[in-house]
Design a protein around this ligand. Sequence first.
Ligand SMILES: NC(=O)c1ccc[n+]([C@@H]2O[C@H](COP(=O)([O-])OP(=O)(O)OC[C@H]3O[C@@H](n4cnc5c(N)ncnc54)[C@H](O)[C@@H]3O)[C@@H](O)[C@H]2O)c1
Length: 298
Amino acid sequence: MVTSSIRFTYLNLAPDFVGAVYSGRGYRDLPQAPLIGKQALISLCYLQQKLNLPKAGLKKYLMDKYLAGDNTTIIKFLKVCPIFMSVPVDPKIYHIVHVDKLASIATDGFLWSDAKLAKRPVTGTVIGMNTIKARRMSELRLKSHPDLFVGQCVPFYFCPRSVMLFVIHRKNSELSYQDGQEPIVHLVADLNAVVKWANANQRRWAFTLSNAGSSYFEDRCDLANLDEIDWSAVQTKLWSDSPTKENKQAEFLLEQQFPWQLIEEVAVINQLTGQLAGQAIAGASHRPTVQIRTPWYY
Ligand SMILES: NC(=O)c1ccc[n+]([C@@H]2O[C@H](COP(=O)([O-])OP(=O)(O)OC[C@H]3O[C@@H](n4cnc5c(N)ncnc54)[C@H](O)[C@@H]3O)[C@@H](O)[C@H]2O)c1
């Protein structure tokens, strides 16, 4: 029989996944269950073509192999699966911010949207482009929630080492901020936990398939549509071509405010910024771990 460790190695999913693909068991508790089912099905179709099997016979063929303990075929299946398992089972979201804003965020207990921040005195360094911020606040609305402007939401990316961080790193002349990436920290949260919180607290959320600051983007508000994000673009380090660059900038947006409590980690480029981050949150009741993650920077 195939051991669960083999399944875990390749899929990083719930045990008994192969059985679950056929019976619909095992992954139903995950919010993205329909998606996993869909992706598993695509993997099956791909394998069916590779093995040149009639469609109807594939499930039985694989199940027979599985029951007979034919690891070679099953491993082949499991190796094919991740190609299509492009949506991470446990997606994380990332907000970058100057380290000098951390103390204020931790004390407030929330990250505020740009719209909310516009009504408050400015604390710390502004790293965004003012023209784009203005457009997000007064022009760009979400189709998922037509009365909600992008700028009324707290924005996150689905990857560290974002295009925005690159612009900061290169000290783009359109930015008023010119101190580079060293003082910038990544605030990391778990997408499923955030959506759970938002739904429980009647906060609207959405994700976009590309840059929500551009004149055209699509948005969704159902986790079952997560596979519409171009995950290879999100995860790649080589994004200069189009549409990779636009798709890498897919955003998660949460209406109005984002609880500091949901931040799991503060990632920094080096020890010095790590120390500053640690000092900034030392007095807070919620103190996420501060991690040095140099590969998340340029
Ligand atoms: N920062 C990101 O990771 C991110 C992700 C997706 C999109 N964007 C977009 O990029 C552009 C610029 O980025 P920006 O808005 O992050 O930076 P910004 O400097 O232009 O503006 C707002 C800043 O205030 C900070 N802030 C939020 N709550 C705060 C609090 N309680 N106390 C002190 N400061 C607080 C935010 O983190 C942000 O840095 C915007 O158009 C934005 O929507 C940014």
